[in-house]
Design a protein around this ligand. Structure first.
Ligand code: COA
Length: 260
């Protein structure tokens, strides 16, 4: 599939999706959100793809937010629809993918950019990255899951301060907050993402998908994380990956997971 606003590249079972609107600091307009949905979906249904990395082009921005020029004159109803459609198409969609998604935050991750990074399963950042939810400085609030995922990741008080001040934190502060797992030099960001992705790709993709479902269940209304864990745990026993993993261990050899 060809795209106007993103680039995709696949090597050794790892797909890298790069948001590519550098002149607009990779801001998320409607077309980019739809293209990202399509690219994530395409990678997720391809059983050869074991990990997805999401990053931004250039050294300045991961994503500087939703494209303000697109919604500046929206009505109340249009504003609500913007948030609902965005969450369904991209942010919740990414969070619920069975294929692990790593965000490699290479610069500004603001508003919808930080919300996209937070929808990924975990995050790495370059030492130049800056993160924040500046929406209240525009007279609006985070609408792509930011009011929920930021407190889950950093705690309620820190999230309240970041949201209310519309401030930015640097990469080291984000690491201290637990918002990103690792901070590297810019040039080492994608190599580190690939190194971690390679490690993930050696494991059972069906077990990883089940683990994502169980972890997410603990953060979703009306779901019981422990019950989800029991159910997903049991389901693993019916997979070819489980047979292969246990037999390889007992046979003192490395497993070759079929991913089923
Ligand atoms: N939506 C639309 N366009 C955006 C954008 C966004 N969220 N963020 C940046 N851009 C555009 C700018 O309008 C500018 O376009 P132009 O050259 O056609 O005028 C271009 O990207 C470069 O941005 P600029 O502001 O000139 O860069 P800077 O280095 O001076 O500042 C930021 C960088 C990130 C601090 C600044 O762009 C900014 O505050 N962006 C908005 C962040 C935000 O509020 N996001 C939440 C949206 S809900």
């Amino acid at each position: 599939m060809s795209y106007n606003n993103i680039l995709t590249q696949t090597q050794r079972g790892i797909t890298t999706i790069t948001i590519n609107r550098p002149s607009k600091l990779n801001a998320l307009n409607g077309e980019t959100i739809q293209e990202l949905h399509n690219a994530f979906n395409e990678a997720d249904i391809d059983t050869q793809i074991k990990v997805i990395i999401i990053t931004g082009s250039g050294e300045k921005a991961f994503v500087a937010g939703a494209d303000i020029s697109e919604f500046a004159d929206f009505t109340v109803a249009e504003g609500g629809t913007l948030a609902a459609q965005g969450q369904a198409l991209l942010f919740d969609f990414v969070a619920e993918l069975k294929t692990p998604v790593i965000a490699a935050v290479n610069g500004f991750a603001l508003g919808g950019g930080l919300e996209l990074a937070m929808a990924a399963h975990f995050r790495l950042a370059s030492d130049s990255a800056k993160m924040g939810l500046p929406e209240v400085s525009l007279g609006v609030i985070p609408g792509y899951g930011g009011t929920q995922r930021l407190p889950q990741l950093v705690g309620k008080g820190r999230a309240m301060e970041l949201i209310m001040t519309a401030g930015m934190i640097d990469a080291l502060q984000a690491e201290r907050y637990g918002l990103v797992n690792h901070v590297t030099k810019q040039e080492e960001l994608l190599p580190l993402a690939h190194k971690i992705a390679d490690k993930i790709a050696r494991n059972s993709s069906v077990a990883i998908g089940a683990a994502i479902t169980a972890v997410n269940a603990g953060f979703e209304d009306g779901k019981n994380g422990y019950a989800s864990e029991i159910s997903e745990f049991g389901t693993c026993f019916g997979t070819e990956d489980f047979k292969e993993g246990t037999q390889a261990f007992l046979g003192k050899r490395k497993p070759v997971f079929p991913g089923r």
